[in-house]
Design a protein around this ligand. Structure first.
Ligand code: SF4
Length: 139
């Protein structure tokens, strides 16, 4: 059974700072027979690593300096959805709080570390297409 997984949880150094957030609970899913389909929507959308952090502000994704990177986020979300469909994934395990992968809670757009209710761009598109999402911190 295949599942979509945020690549930073698998140990890839694809976070905006160039590091990862490897999660052993996620990795252990492989021992239960799950096959990972890795995604990093921000990279897949054409953004470099490292890169400026983005947050969702009034429906658009902006850097702290106000540069609009919404299109890159949307492109990465489309790549993720395409991979999810082509691999017929059972569900997705995504990194919490991210403006791409976060589900339920994301940073609130003030670049202050505060959270608000909402979904990242990729999580929203996957959810809209019926794909069940579990955040890493729910495992
Ligand atoms: Fe991880 Fe998703 Fe951010 Fe990529 S876009 S670094 S997979 S949280």
């Amino acid at each position: 059974m295949k599942i979509l997984v945020s690549k930073c949880l698998l140990g890839y150094d694809c976070r905006y700072k160039g590091d990862n957030c490897r999660n052993d609970k996620v990795l252990r899913l492989a021992e239960q027979g799950y096959e990972f389909v890795g995604i990093c929507p921000e990279c897949d959308g054409g953004l470099p690593t490292p890169r400026p952090a983005g947050e969702i502000v009034s429906g658009n994704v902006l850097t702290k300096e106000g540069i609009d990177i919404t299109q890159q986020y949307k492109k990465g979300a489309e790549v993720a959805l395409d991979l999810a469909k082509r691999n017929n994934v059972a569900f997705a395990v995504l990194k919490s709080k991210s403006p791409s992968c976060g589900y339920g809670k994301i940073y609130d757009g003030t670049f202050s570390g505060r959270l608000t209710d909402g979904n990242g761009v990729t999580a929203q598109l996957l959810s809209d297409n019926g794909i069940k999402i579990i955040c890493d911190d729910e495992l």
